[in-house]
Ligand binder design. Structure first.
Ligand code: C2O
Length: 284
């Protein structure tokens, strides 16, 4: 069992490993499927019409906007993490998660903000670098609230997306998407919409805002699906999305009671006074 750490809390020893692994991944031959760019292209291929559905050659295969979102990204991260671990010969290496649901983690994590590190990506919104607080509900315009208000708003958004608006599997996971569905943008679940999509947009650049002439036009890298995983921060963002899945399942489990829960009264916190049982001896 390995433990994925919060990105803003990692040790320098961990960071050195993560950087080394990323460096080795980026240094692999361009045609090696484990190479960083190849991995980024895997994501692109599954969201920009790179594949068709089996038996439906005219219909795109899309891993966003439906219940495929969580499982696809879980396995995508899993293999990415395994590649990193194998490159540094540490099978227990675990990706960090961007802890944007906690006030201390509501910033672009510093480990991704060092220009000399391979975890850095230049295509990010220069107005959103640390110490700028995140807006989990970002829709293109920066808020003009105080820090306290923004943190409160972020926490309220989390509660809404994880609890009050996510009361059924369909609401949380998104709409069913099955072979033959032509609508490849069925309906995203609560977390996929916000803050998953909004954090993507918040992180990517916007043309013209930073006075850089080569700013790409579509919110690259993080702000648009085809290029999102070219930014190493993608994997930390998705590790937290994946963590939300785990948290949500635990919340759901607490709400439900199964027959098995009834088997042990002591587990429910009560027992009976130990009195005599006379009829045990009263055989007919
Ligand atoms: Cu495949 Cu965050 O997107």
């Amino acid at each position: 069992m390995s433990t994925r750490p919060a990105a803003h809390l990692v040790s320098s020893e961990y960071l050195a490993k993560y950087q080394k692994a990323t460096e080795l991944m980026k240094a692999l031959p361009a045609d090696d499927p484990r190479n960083f760019t190849q991995q980024a292209n895997v994501h692109c291929a599954y969201c920009n019409g790179g594949y068709n559905q089996v038996d439906f050659p005219k219909i795109d295969y899309q891993v966003h906007f439906s219940w495929l979102f969580f499982p696809f990204h879980r396995m995508y991260l899993y293999f990415y993490e395994k590649i990193l671990g194998s490159l540094i010969k540490d099978p227990n290496f675990a990706l960090p998660f961007w802890n944007w649901d906690h006030p201390n983690g509501m910033y672009l994590p510093q480990i991704f903000n060092d220009v000399n590190s391979l975890l850095y990506d230049k295509y990010r919104n220069c107005q959103h670098l640390p110490p700028t607080l995140m807006d989990l509900d970002y829709s293109g315009n920066d808020p003009t609230t105080t820090t306290e208000e923004q943190i409160a708003s972020n926490l309220t958004i989390m509660h809404k997306q994880m609890v009050s608006s996510a009361g059924s599997p369909k609401l949380f996971y998104g709409d069913p998407y099955v072979a033959g569905d032509e609508d490849t943008t069925k309906g995203a679940g609560t977390i996929e919409n916000i803050p998953h999509n909004s954090v993507h947009r918040w992180t990517g650049t916007k043309k013209g805002i930073c006075g850089i002439t080569d700013d790409p036009p579509y919110g690259e890298d993080m702000g648009i699906l085809y290029s999102a995983s070219r930014d190493p921060i993608f994997y930390a963002h998705h590790a937290n999305v994946d963590r939300m899945w785990t948290i949500w399942k635990n919340l759901e489990a607490k709400k439900k009671r199964s027959t098995g829960d009834a088997l042990e009264n002591k587990k429910l916190g009560y027992q009976y006074q130990d009195v005599e049982i006379p009829w045990l001896q009263s055989r007919p």
